[in-house]
Structures are given as C-alpha cells and as structure tokens.
Design a protein around this ligand. Structure first.
Ligand code: MN
Length: 733
C-alpha cells in the first residue's frame, strides 16, 4: 500500500480556507483542533503516532469533502467522549449542542459490536440498517466513514485477526454505505484496502497484471487523450481530460462475477472528460462517436436518468486505434464533484446561507433513494409511488422500528416500544416461553423495559419454566402475544386431557369396586345416556366433572349400572356406624381429629346455628354433613345418621341463617324489619320481598349472620312483634 504523508493542522486549515472564509467558522475549527490535541495528549496509536494524528487525518479528509465547519470540528473531536472521558454536556458547553450530539452519535455507533461473516447469524444488510438508523444525521455517517477510512489506511498495525475482521466489516457495512451516498472516492479506497487485507493473493495478482501492461496501456491512453483533445479544441469546447485507472477491487469483481479474463475487461482503458455544460457533454459525445466506432449497447445516459445516488454522467465504450477498447465518461464539473464526493458534494457547505441541518437532511433524503437498500421491501413494493415509499421508509428506518442485537451480533428489528419479551419470542418460541430475565447492555433490566436501537439483548432462560399471563399486558408484538396465548391454551387443554383421564380412571375403579365389569359400562354410548342427568353435555365434561369432584362418582356409577348401592356394601359407612363415636363440629367448622378423622361441615339446606340440635349425615364423598335434627332432607336417611354435638364454641364465629317472614303488605314494612334486625345486633346480609297480590301479603326473605341460637330466638321474637307480621320461620332449602 502506498505510503501517505500525515497532514498537519495547518494542512486542514488550508484545505478549509479554500471554501470557508468566515473567520468565526475557521476559529471554531482551530479551537476544536487544540481542544482535541489537549485531551488526547500522551495517547498513541498502534502505529506509534500520537493519537492526535488520527484526528487530523479525519478532519483533513472531511475538509477535502468540503463539509461545513461544524462537521470538521466534530471530526477533530469525534473520539474525546470515547477515549478521554469527556461528557456530552462538557462538549456542549465548550462548543455547541450540535457538535456534542454529532460526537455522541459517532461514539454510539462506534460501540456497536458487529460480528464478522463467520457467524451464521451475520446479516450485512441489517447491520447497514442499524448503522443508518442509529446515525440519524447524515453528517454522523460521513464522519464515521472517514474515521473508518483512516483506520483502514493504518490497519497494518493491527494483529492479523483484527485486520480480517475489520476489513470484512468494512466491506460489508461501510463500503456499501459510501456507495449509496455516492462518495466513490471513499468507497473505492475502502474496497481496495479491504481487498488487500482479505484476499492478499488475488490483490497482488491483479496489481501485478495491471502493472505489467501499464506502460503499453499508458501509451494507448495518452495517444487517445491527444486525439480527443485535438477534436474538442477544434470545436471550441472547454474541457479537462485525463486517463483514469479502475480500482483493483472492481477489476477483481468483474473477473469473478462476469467470468472474464483480465484482458477482456473493457474499461481497463478509461478516459474521463470534464466539460462546462450539459450541452457540452452531449456535443462531446457526438464528436467522439463521429470518429470512433461505439460498441453497441454500451452507451449509458446517466445525465437524463441519474443513478439513485445522484450520480450523473455519459458513459460510452469506443473502439480506438489498434482495435483497443476505451471506456469514456463525459460529465460537467458539478457532476464530477457529486461522483467523487457524492452526498457530501451536494451538501457542500455554503457560506452566507442560514444553515439548518434538518432542512438540509430532508432535502437530501428527498433527492436520494439511497437508503432503498436499507429497507426490507421487495422490488415490487419499491415500485409504489415515490412519496409513499419515502414515507414508509422514514417510518421504517427512522421512527417505527428499533434495531437491537443478540450477543452474537444478529440484528432483530422490532416495533417501537418493544420489550425484551418481544425480543425473546422473535428469537425463538422456546426462548420466549422459558425466559426468566433479560440483560440489556450488560445490565439486568425489568422485562417491561423499552428497547432502543443499538441495545444488545441477552435473554436468560430456565428450562421447565413458562410465560406469565401478565406478559400479555407488556408485549408490543402480535407475534409474542399470539405465542403466549397459544401456550396457555395448550396448557389448559393438556390439563383438561389429564383430568378427563383421571375421571375415567376413578369411574372405572368405582365400577370395579361395585362388582361390575368396567368394559361393559365404560362405553361412550352408555355414558352419553347419563350426561344430561349431571347437567353436562358430553362424555369429556362428565369425566372432567368426576375428576374435579363436581360430579359424584358413586352416583355416576349408580346411574350407569342402574343399581343403587346397598348400604351394607359400604365398609366405611358401617365401620363408622358401628363405632357410634361422638363427633364434634369444631368451632372453625373444619375437621377435628376424631377417631376416624372425619371431615365435617355444616349443611347448606338447614343452616344450623350454634346451639341448634344437630345430627350428622354421612355422605359418600364429603365426610359428615351436620344438619338440624328437624331438617326434612334427612328424615328418611336414618341409617346414615350419626350423633354429633357442638364443642365449646367460638365467640367470634358467625353462622349463616335464612328467615322467611310473612306479613300483611304495608308501607315501610322493609324499613321496620331492617331496623329491628340491626337493633338485635345481628349482621344483615341480604333482604328481598315478594308481594302476593291476591292475598295482599308480603313474603320477605332475610339472610342474616349471627353467633348462636339465643341471638336467633331473640331476632325471631322481635321480628314477630313488628306490626302486621304474621309469621317468622327459619328456612330450609
Ligand atoms: Mn476514530
């Protein structure tokens, strides 16, 4: 690689002075230079040069691109946040907010960790996208490109592995961006540098081929230049003409992509003519074609139809003397500036105009379709009207999406506001289902954290865990939401399947216990006949009900076999009865350890209250139900009754009790009843009334809660005293 002389700050200033004349602007650049020199003092590059040399180079290249003073200053300062612990605020105070935000953005992009091609998850296009999305300002992209250019020029001082990695990344991410921005000077140099580091053999091979025929080729080119000059001078056209060499990487690409031999590459002999006006360009083309035979199909008019990156020029290929083939480019000075410096030329710093970066950037974006390649639209979608397309693109690239990365450098695009949960489900459904935490940029964050472009997200998973239903409220992507829902639906149905099998098993067991052959009865058809009796509509629901005990399995077997269980067959029951144990209802109403540890509870039909005369009724599945002795529901069940009594009781326990009051209908009846109940210090749960219009009586149903039978008697006695009340009775359901 050719040795280059490092420029000095004076060189930068001289270059800047060719187009910047405002003393304040020049002073700003000088101040940025000396600030950076001070901050980086004592730091060195791997080359052994003072670090400041890198910054002068970056500023110098920026000045050759004719960018404004703010951008050159930011070029000098672009590493102070990263390397000198200067904060954005300090920079804003020392210079301007604009410079501070440019430097900050350059720093952020610099911290992106793009992994190389070896990684299977590597996606160059997405990396360009994330780069553009993070830059947000075209000046940031240009500074970053120039920074990378100088780093590539000094790549010799890096270890070989880094050389390959950096060169690969440059070829995939930076060179295409330079191309899209139309900065061919930077693009070509970057490509050749990458070529040199990535494929040294091929590089030397082509360099050698170019070199061996150089003298011969130069002679032909010089002869052609002389001939064309004579013609154009004769026709009074003002022009500059020069031969140019194709850069090595483009020769290599043509040889590989188009399967051509070196000597078949047409535009090896290339001439460029720069003239004054567009008209001159077409005139020049005409005169050349009049003398030299053009090769068919090789004329391209990029003046009438510019390339998406704003490139304009006429291209033709002609047959010279000795049947040598020349590629000729004809364009104006302005077109040439755009071809070399691309967007930077368009956006050339103009003094005296009020510069506004936003306006400028908008203009550029309107004129360029360069970031077409950075969007994910297909060719056909790109054919929608230009305005629609730009709007979509704006949304896609700059607003709606965030681009975040896996620790391996794979880029994931998500809608704005997306969370680590959305990210996890985008990686893989299983990653989403088993995620237990998220690390964003090395810090553990809550799962509802909003992700930002450039974040590196690492999802922690744990086998065997599942999503939480709360996540449905957090996620932003339909994908994540659907997957979480699907998970719960599946869980639900799995649980159901399990329960159904469980129900089948207990019914089978029950049948066997009763001496029936389950095979004979466990038939869908037979079982379907009994479902309606249990208020369910099919086999599965019945089995599910048995499993969750909402359906009594004994009753089920009974109905299925049409045979009532004989009491004597029930060992449990006879054992209990034979012992004639006295059980007690505990004050809490729950199980008390009696001899048989029977489960006990108060019956809901007659609602016994502490102090009532009670009796136990042995149920098949719910232990002993305690009823009032006068409850009509147990009148005919003498064989299943067992003696129970209250224990010492609990002063705090309240018992439910329902009363039915019949009264002659009259105004304020309910008010009087309510007042009476409250005077008795009894808790009123509900009250409602029905008027019988034939008898003109009201039936008032009251639910109350009280401590014992004494309170109950007191309440009933007092309600009976209420005017026009005919009767008060405890209700049995
Ligand atoms: Mn740098």
């Amino acid at each position: 690689m050719a040795e280059r002389k490092n420029p000095s700050v004076d060189d930068v200033m001289n270059e800047a002075r060719t187009y910047i004349h405002d003393p304040n602007s020049l002073a700003l650049i000088e101040r940025a230079a000396s600030y950076a020199a001070g901050k980086h003092a004592g730091m060195f590059r791997k080359s052994g040069d003072p670090y400041f040399v890198h910054l002068i180079n970056v500023a110098y290249i920026l000045a050759t691109l004719r960018v404004g003073p703010t951008t050159i200053s930011a070029g000098f300062l672009h590493d102070v946040i990263e390397d000198c612990n200067v904060t954005r605020e300090e920079l804003a105070e020392e210079f301007t907010d604009e410079i501070a935000s440019l430097v900050e953005a350059v720093t952020k992009i610099g911290n992106l960790n793009f992994k190389g091609k070896d990684d299977p998850e590597y996606q160059a296009a997405n990396h360009r996208k994330i780069f553009i999305a993070m830059a947000k300002d075209i000046r940031v992209i240009i500074i970053k490109l120039v920074d990378r250019l100088h780093n590539m020029r000094t790549l010799d001082f890096q270890p070989e592995a880094s050389q390959k990695r950096i060169a690969a990344e440059t070829l995939d991410v930076y060179a295409p961006i330079a191309h899209r921005l139309g900065i061919s000077a930077i693009k070509n140099e970057l490509e050749d540098l990458c070529f040199y580091y990535l494929m040294p053999e091929e590089y030397y091979h082509i360099a050698h081929l170019v070199e061996t025929k150089k003298a011969e080729r130069d002679a032909s080119v010089n002869k052609m230049i002389a001939d064309i000059s004579t013609i154009l001078t004769k026709h009074n056209i003002k022009f500059r003409i020069f031969g140019r060499s194709k850069h090595l990487y483009s020769i290599y690409k043509k040889m590989v992509n188009k399967h051509k031999r070196f000597d078949e590459i047409l535009d090896l002999l290339a001439i460029r003519i720069i003239t004054k006006t567009e008209l001159n360009c077409y005139e020049t083309l005409g005169y050349i074609h009049a003398i030299y035979k053009p090769i068919p199909g090789r004329l391209k008019d990029y003046i009438a139809v510019p390339k998406p990156n704003m490139y304009q020029s006429l291209h033709t290929t002609i047959l010279g003397e000795d049947a040598r083939i020349f590629e000729v480019q004809i364009r104006t000075e302005d077109m040439d500036a755009i071809a070399e410096r691309g967007i930077a030329a368009h956006w050339r710093y103009k003094e005296g105009t009020r510069y506004d970066a936003k306006v400028e950037q908008k203009e550029i974006e309107d004129k360029l379709s360069w970031f077409k390649d950075f969007a994910t639209y297909s060719e056909t979608e790109a054919n929608t009207s230009a305005t629609d397309y730009m709007e979509l693109l704006q949304k896609d690239v700059f607003e709606a999406n965030v681009y975040v990365m896996t620790p391996k450098g794979r880029v994931i695009d998500l809608p704005a506001g997306a969370t680590p949960i959305d990210f996890a489900y985008r990686i893989h459904t299983d990653v989403g289902h088993t995620m237990v935490g998220a690390i964003v940029n090395d810090a553990i964050v809550p799962l509802n954290t909003e992700l930002h472009t450039g974040d590196v997200v690492n999802i922690k998973t744990l086998k065997g865990t599942g999503p939480s239903e709360d996540w449905l409220k957090i996620v932003k992507t339909a994908q994540a939401r659907n997957k979480i829902r699907a998970y719960f639906l599946k869980k639900e149905s799995e649980k159901r399947e399990e329960k159904i099998a469980e129900g089948e098993k207990s019914l089978t067991d029950e049948l066997r216990k009763r001496g029936f052959d389950p095979k004979e009865y466990m038939e869908r058809k037979k079982i379907d006949n009994i479902t309606s009796g249990f208020q369910v509509s099919n086999y599965n629901e019945l089995m599910y009900g048995i499993a969750v005990k909402s359906i009594n399995v004994g009753l089920c077997a009974e109905r299925l076999t049409n045979v009532k269980q004989r009491v004597s067959e029930d060992e449990t029951l006879s054992r209990v009865l034979n012992k004639e144990t006295v059980h007690r209802v505990s004050k809490s109403g729950l199980v008390i350890p009696g001899i048989d540890s029977m489960k006990m509870s108060l019956a809901h039909c007659c609602l016994p209250v502490y102090g009532d005369e009670i009796i136990g009724y042995i149920t098949r599945s719910e232990g002993v139900k305690v009823h009032r002795t006068d409850c009509p529901n147990i009148k005919n069940e003498k064989s299943k009754l067992i003696k129970v009594h209250w224990d010492e009781g609990d002063a705090d326990r309240l018992y439910d009790c329902d009363l039915s009051i019949i009264s002659n209908d009259r105004p304020h009846l309910l008010t009087d009843i309510v007042n009476t109940i409250s005077q008795c210090k009894v808790q009123l749960e509900s009250i409602n009334t029905n008027v019988n219009h034939e008898t003109l009586t009201s039936t008032v149903k009251v639910s109350i809660r009280l401590r014992n039978i004494e309170q109950m008697d007191n309440v009933i006695a007092n309600i009976r005293k209420v005017e026009s009340v005919l009767s008060v009775d405890r209700t049995t359901h």
